[in-house]
Ligand binder design. Structure first.
Ligand SMILES: *Cc1c(COP(=O)(O)O)cnc(C)c1O
Length: 392
C-alpha cells in the first residue's frame, strides 16, 4: 500500500515540477458561451460545443422526451437487448449526413477508433498514421498489432515513401484526423485519396471536429474538400458540434456490417443512453434546417482568428473554429492561460503529451453562440494577457 502511494506521488511531483500536472475543474452550470467556476462567470473559449446546440430548446426537449418514453439507460449491449429503434434512426441520419450507405454508432468517439482499427488490420498488416493524430487513433493502432509507421504531419510525400515496400503487407490502412484537434488545420485528403487508390490502401478519416462544422451540408472535411466518395472509412463524433456523446463510423453496408460483428468496443459495451441518441438526432435536425447557425460559427472563427493575428499572436494556418495561440514552453502557455482567466476569459493551455514538446499553446475554440461583443472582449483580453505573460 505504502509503496504504491510513494511511487505515484513521486511521479505526480515530477509532473508538477515540469508544469505538466493537471486537474479537472468543475463548472457550476451549463457550459455555454459562458461558464461559471469558483463563483466567477468566465467567457468560455474552451468548449467543443461549436454550434451551441447543447442548450438549444429543441435538442433539450428531445432529450427530455426520450427519458419519458425510453427511460434513462439502454440496459444492454447492442447485440443483446440494447438496440433501440432510436439507435437505428440515428444511424440512418448519420449515414445521410456523411452521404454513406450506412453508419454504426459507438458509445464514444474514442471507442469508435479503438474498435475500428484493430477490426480492420492486424499482424502482417501496416498502418500509416499522421504524426499529429488524436490519441484515440494512436491507441487504436497500438491495439491492432499491425506495424505502425508515422508520417510527418500532413506530408503525403513522406507517407508515400513509407509505402515503398507495400507488397510485404496484406492490408494497408492510412489513418488521419480530418481537422487536427489541437491545430485546427485540415488533412490533405485529396492527395491521401490519390495515394491510397494508387497503392491499394484504405483511408480512414477521424472527423470529430469537422462533422457538423465543415462542408456544404455539414458533412465534414471530406465533403468540404470534395472527396466524400473517395474516403471509405469516415469516423465522426456526436460529442462536439452534435451536442451529445458518442462516435460513429460511416461507409459501405459491408463495412458497417463487418464492424458490427468485429469491433470489440461496439460489441462489449452498453448501447448509448436514449437521451443521448435523441439529443444527437435533434441536433442533426437543427443542422439541416438552420444553416445560419453554421454560417455564424465560421464567421465568428474567421473574425476572431483575424483579430488575434492583428494583435500579434501566432495562430497557425487553420480555417476552422479551432485557433491555436502559440506560446512555446509549457510554463509560458500556463502563464497566458492564468492571465486570461484573471481577466475573465477561459481557454485551456494545451501541453505535452497532448502536443509535442515546445509547442504548448492556448487552444481557443469559438462557437456560434458567441456574440460579436463577446468576441471583441476576448480579443482585448488576449492583448492585455499576452503583454502580461510576456508574449507580445
Ligand atoms: C474528441 C476526439 C475524439 C474522441 O471523441 P469522444 O467522442 O470525445 O470520445 C476522437 N478524435 C478526435 C480527433 C477528437 O478530437
Amino acid at each position: 500500500m505504502e509503496s504504491l502511494r510513494r511511487a505515484l506521488s513521486a511521479e505526480l511531483q515530477e509532473l508538477e515540477g515540469r508544469s505538466l500536472y493537471r486537474v479537472d475543474r468543475p463548472s457550476a452550470g451549463a457550459p455555454g458561451p459562458w461558464i461559471e467556476r469558483e463563483g466567477r462567470r468566465l467567457l468560455n473559449l474552451g468548449s467543443n460545443n461549436y454550434l451551441g446546440l447543447t442548450e438549444h430548446p429543441s435538442v433539450r426537449e428531445a432529450a427530455r422526451e426520450a427519458v419519458t418514453r425510453w427511460g434513462t439507460g439502454s440496459s444492454g449491449s447492442r447485440l443483446t437487448s440494447g438496440t433501440l429503434a432510436l439507435h437505428r434512426e440515428l444511424e440512418r441520419e448519420l449515414a445521410r449526413l456523411k452521404g454513406a450507405e450506412a453508419a454504426l454508432l459507438f458509445p464514444t468517439g474514442y471507442m469508435a477508433n479503438i474498435g475500428t482499427i484493430p477490426a480492420l488490420v492486424g499482424a502482417g498488416d501496416l498502418v500509416l498514421s499522421d504524426a499529429l493524430n488524436h490519441a484515440s487513433l494512436i491507441d487504436g493502432c497500438r491495439l491492432s498489432r499491425a506495424e505502425v509507421r508515422v508520417y510527418r504531419h500532413a506530408d503525403v510525400a513522406h507517407a508515400r515513401s513509407l509505402l515503398a515496400d507495400r507488397e510485404r503487407f496484406r492490408r494497408v490502412l492510412v489513418v488521419t484526423d480530418g481537422v487536427f484537434s489541437m491545430d485546427g488545420d485540415l488533412a490533405p485528403l485529396p492527395a491521401l485519396c490519390d495515394l491510397c487508390e494508387e497503392r491499394d490502401a484504405w483511408l480512414m478519416v477521424d472527423d470529430a471536429h469537422g462533422t457538423g462544422v465543415l462542408g456544404a451540408q455539414g458533412g465534414g472535411t471530406a465533403e468540404h474538400l470534395g472527396v466524400s466518395e473517395r474516403v471509405p472509412i469516415r469516423m465522426g463524433t456526436l460529442s462536439k458540434a452534435l451536442a451529445a456523446e458518442g462516435g460513429f463510423i460511416a461507409g459501405s453496408g459491408e463495412l458497417v456490417d463487418y464492424l458490427r460483428n468485429r469491433a470489440r468496443s461496439f460489441i462489449f459495451a452498453t448501447a448509448p443512453a436514449p437521451a443521448t441518441a435523441a439529443a444527437a438526432l435533434a441536433a442533426l435536425e437543427v443542422l439541416r434546417n438552420d444553416p445560419a447557425v453554421r454560417r455564424r460559427l465560421l464567421e465568428n472563427a474567421e473574425h476572431l482568428r483575424g483579430k488575434l493575428r492583428e494583435i500579434g499572436f501566432r495562430t497557425g494556418e487553420g480555417e476552422t473554429p479551432i485557433i491555436p495561440v502559440h506560446a512555446g514552453p509549457a510554463e509560458r502557455a500556463l502563464a497566458l492561460a492564468a492571465a486570461l482567466e484573471g481577466r475573465g476569459v477561459w481557454a485551456p493551455a494545451i501541453r505535452p503529451p497532448t502536443v509535442p514538446e515546445g509547442t504548448s499553446r492556448i487552444r481557443v475554440s469559438v462557437t456560434a453562440a458567441h456574440s460579436a461583443e463577446e468576441l471583441e472582449r476576448v480579443a482585448e483580453t488576449f492583448a492585455a494577457a499576452g503583454r502580461e505573460a510576456g508574449l507580445l
